[in-house]
Design a protein around this ligand. Structure first.
Ligand SMILES: Cc1ncc(COP(=O)(O)O)c(C=O)c1O
Length: 394
């Protein structure tokens, strides 16, 4: 009785893990969790106050489908201030999280069977979203030696006359890799030449450990015209539950996305939008404090993994994840149909440590841990990984 599309997508592995962790916690079993892709900080007080004030002021009615005027102005100022790109009001569409912004973008550009290029490892939802909306995900195998950053020749080899767009996640979830300006220019050049859209997922833009972030749309007017920038407040202002994201794109695309959103959800919560105005205009210092903490944890995590010879990590330059190569553990899991799932299950069942299998991001020889957790949890978690390896070897 269900629609065919429901059978072509797989349930989210990450949500599956949290469900299992919650079940264990409910049974009173202690679990160390390094699995969640969510800041471990609370939303800044002034943002919460702005939300409360919006409710008190009865700012609780329907508003424009593409988003609140005041928030669009704040986003335009931010895009100019941080990214050196100029946008007009009718080029911004505010949505219920970056996830929803990506959905709007795919609905606006993709016809049935259009191909969307997705570099591996990818953020877990991209392929399922593409399939759900009738498109075909086409995966690029990037190389660990390049920190899994897409190389121009890898892209060129996969572009076909059905290619509609490519996802570029910068900084990356799950690797934390950050592209340089030169690296982006080479990729963007091909997209301009081949006339394909760039879905530039820049949700982790603020969480970087150098001053080296380049927004794709800032590269040139042509780059800006083919790019749909995806961003939001979940990570930078620790506002995951408020569900606030947005796109910046050319007018034609923005008009289409606004019409789609208008019919599907009207617009994101008005209250969340008022809170987001405060977050974008006044929370730079709060974000910087969070980033400093992530930075310290990142350095500590790298140090701890240097002591584990059996595993190697890709040095994260942004976001709050570490992607860990577990291929050396394969001999201990000879008949395994998925190394990363078996390793994660063993870690959870026997060591009470939750981490995410690399297969959720398209690569089975890896696991992902997050350092959006306090130092004690991080140290306990990595200690459990060490113990797990020692036990395998004994
Ligand atoms: C790369 C990436 N894009 C988009 C999202 C979705 O963010 P939001 O909470 O704004 O929907 C996430 C969340 O984990 C993410 O990691």
């Amino acid at each position: 009785m269900l629609a065919n599309r429901t059978s072509i997508i797989s349930p989210s592995v990450t949500i599956g893990i949290s469900t299992k962790v919650n079940e264990l916690l409910r049974q009173g079993i202690e679990v160390t969790s390094l699995s969640i892709g969510e800041p471990d900080f609370y939303t800044p007080d002034k943002v919460k106050d702005a939300g409360i004030q919006a409710i008190k002021d009865n700012k609780t009615k329907y508003d424009a489908a593409s988003g609140l005027l005041e928030l669009k102005r704040a986003i335009i100022d931010k895009l100019y201030r941080d990214n050196k790109v100029t946008y007009d009001l009718d080029e911004i569409v505010i949505s219920s999280g970056a996830k929803h912004a990506i959905t709007n973008a795919l609905l606006a550009i993709m016809n049935p069977n259009d191909e969307i290029i997705i570099p591996k490892p990818y953020w877990t939802s991209y392929p399922e979203m593409v399939k759900l909306l009738g498109g075909t995900p086409v995966f690029v195998n990037t190389q660990e030696a390049n920190s899994f950053k897409l190389q121009p020749e890898e892209l060129r080899a996969l572009v076909s006359d059905k290619t509609k767009a490519i996802f570029i996640t910068n900084p990356s979830n799950p690797t934390g890799a950050v592209y340089t300006k030169n690296e982006l220019e080479a990729i963007v050049q091909i997209c301009i030449e081949k006339r394909i859209y760039i879905l530039a997922d820049e949700i982790y833009e603020k969480i970087i450990f150098s001053d080296d972030f380049t927004s794709i749309a800032s590269l040139s007017d042509l780059a800006k015209d083919i790019t749909i920038t995806i961003n939001g407040l979940s990570k930078s202002a620790s506002m995951t539950g408020w569900r606030l994201g947005y796109t910046a794109s050319n007018k034609k695309l923005a008009k289409a996305m606004s019409a789609i959103q208008g019919h599907l959800v009207s617009h994101p919560s008005t209250i969340s939008q008022w809170a987001a105005v405060e977050a974008i205009n006044h929370c730079e210092e709060d974000t910087q404090n969070m980033v400093e903490t992530y930075h310290k944890r990142r350095d500590a995590v790298i140090k701890m993994f240097e002591e584990i010879n059996e595993l190697s990590i890709i040095r994260p330059e942004g976001a709050f994840y570490t992607f860990i190569n577990i291929s050396q553990l394969r001999p201990y899991f000879e008949n395994s149909s998925s190394l990363s799932i078996d390793v994660c299950n063993k870690l959870l069942d026997e060591y009470r440590l939750a981490v995410v299998p690399g297969i959720a991001f398209g690569l089975d020889d890896y696991i992902r841990i997050t350092y959006a957790a306090d130092m004690e949890t991080i140290v306990t978690g990595i200690h459990k990984i060490k113990q797990f390896i020692q036990d395998l070897q004994s």
